[in-house]
Design a protein around this ligand. Structure first.
Ligand code: FRU
Length: 480
């Protein structure tokens, strides 16, 4: 490790140790969602199952609660329920990543963990940071044990990328098909009059040397940048998940500042350029971005997202002013009816404790629970979570809405999200101290939101039957 790396490591460990008692007093600290020990968290990175353990890295700014210099923080878990925080694993300590170890992925082969990420450089000066002043390097770390990450190498820099793109290229995701390795990265093309987002694919025979292969573009102008691409086959269909920036807001369709979602890839061959059409939102709530998938020990494709968005910091309350953001629960993906479905990962059932009544929630101020609702008729359906947060079915729309003065307070800037939906058959809702994740119709639509309740209560109205389980907290051991 470099001298700079060693110094940063010492400083972060000290900071994390000091912060632990402080963050514990924050009533919005979550019980079964991963958070940074201190400072800021954004994208999940490098998700993988390696040597009998899941590795969950994340974009981490330990020094700045509103984001800043990015590191990779690192959790390990055998069961997705009990976690060890093992500290920072990747430091911005080389000249090719000195302004941030940005997002990336891991690829496992021959008992080795290959980490690919973007080394960010932003020069000081009067630049637009689009075509100049910014460099994006692709960096590889080969680790023999998933603990030591010293073996760093810059494998691609600006001159190695194809023509026609700005300096925004990042977030490599790597996979293998047959004997060929593939890497996909998100780009901002320098098309005129508007820049256009796209994803580009590279191939390699040795995981180190990469050659540009093809580009995935949208038919219409759709966003100026696509962040965090993830390309995979699920139930026989190629899907490109990505996060487009710069899409005009459309009610009940594209509502967040930046989008999360997927394109269905209309071909089976990645060698030629591909044009994609409709973009589908994965999570229609207020707080979901930069999801990444991995394969779990049972061969399921599982997704975890960042329960937050960039550039809307004022919508996140921060009592202790020492930490910000969390990851979502893990969700198993499937593809049917031409659509991606999300189901809460099976491991979460292990958190279930006793069953509860709605009165128990109010009387005992219970802040971590799961509700399973069978809807017989969604006409008069109304669910109120912690007074102020409403779920309704109105005019053929599923609606999640913060209502009234209390809604304003607990929503912290959030208002309404909705989707066109004829019927609601069932709902599965996960409530934590300051988050709600709602799976509609077996995960055909999902809504995730942060919220800042004053006290806990739950009302379920309509022609429904339901069961409520109290949920246990994650076991989290901090190796600070
Ligand atoms: C998405 C993102 C990525 C980038 C990372 C930096 O939230 O902007 O594109 O690699 O965050 O933290």
């Amino acid at each position: 490790m470099s001298v700079l790396g060693k110094t940063l490591k010492k400083a972060i460990k000290k900071l994390e140790k000091e912060s632990l008692s402080n963050v514990k007093n924050d009533k919005y600290r979550l019980n079964y969602h991963l958070m940074p020990p201190i400072g800021w968290l954004n994208d999940p990175n490098g998700l993988c199952y390696y040597k009998n353990e899941y590795n969950i890295f994340f974009q981490y700014s330990p020094f700045e609660v509103n984001g800043g210099l990015k590191f990779w923080g690192h959790y390990k878990t055998k069961d997705l329920i009990n976690y060890r925080y093992v500290g920072v694993s990747v430091y911005p300590d080389e000249k090719y990543d000195c302004h941030g170890v940005y997002s990336g992925s891991t690829f496992i082969e021959d008992d080795k963990m290959y980490i690919y990420y973007t080394g960010n450089i932003e020069s000081r000066g009067d630049y637009d940071y689009i075509n100049e002043g910014r460099e994006s390097n692709t960096v590889l770390i080969i680790s023999d044990d998933g603990i030591n990450f010293d073996n760093k190498k810059c494998i691609m820099e600006m001159k190695d990328y194809p023509d026609g793109i700005t300096n925004h290229i990042r977030d490599p995701k790597v996979w293998k098909e047959g004997d060929v390795y593939y890497m996909i990265q998100g780009v901002r093309r320098n098309t005129k009059p508007n820049n256009k987002g796209a994803a580009i694919i590279f191939t390699s025979e040795d995981k180190v040397h990469w050659k540009y292969l093809s580009m995935i573009n949208s038919k219409e102008d759709f966003a100026y940048m696509w962040e965090c691409p993830d390309l995979f086959k699920i139930d026989g269909q190629y899907i490109l998940m990505t996060c487009p920036q710069g899409v005009k807001r459309v009610e009940s369709l594209y509502e967040n500042i930046y989008l999360n979602g997927y394109f269905i890839i209309p071909e089976d061959n990645l060698k030629n350029d591909i044009t994609v059409n409709e973009f589908f939102i994965l999570d229609k709530g207020f707080d979901f971005y930069a999801p990444q998938t991995f394969i779990d020990e049972n061969n399921n494709r599982v997704m975890i997202g960042w329960m937050g968005l960039p550039d809307i910091d004022e919508e996140y309350a921060n009592n202790t002013k020492t930490w910000q953001h969390c990851l979502t629960i893990a969700r198993t993906l499937s593809f049917k009816n031409n659509k991606v479905y999300q189901t809460p990962h099976k491991s979460l059932e292990k958190l279930r404790k006793n069953t509860l009544s709605v009165e128990d929630i109010k009387n005992n101020n219970i802040n971590s629970y799961e509700v399973l609702i069978d809807v017989k008729d969604s006409k008069d359906l109304q669910i109120i979570i912690s007074e102020g947060l409403f779920i309704k079915h109105q005019n053929n729309k599923f609606i999640l809405e913060f209502i009234g003065d209390i809604g304003k307070t607990i929503g912290c800037g959030r208002t309404k999200r909705s989707v066109e939906l004829n019927t609601i058959n069932n709902l599965r809702i996960f409530v934590d101290t300051s988050s709600v994740e709602i799976f509609v119709n077996d995960g055909s639509d999902v809504f995730t939101t942060r919220y800042y309740p004053l006290s806990q209560s739950l009302k379920i109205e309509g022609d429904v039957s339901y069961a409520i389980y109290k949920l246990d907290s994650f076991g989290i051991q901090i190796e600070a």
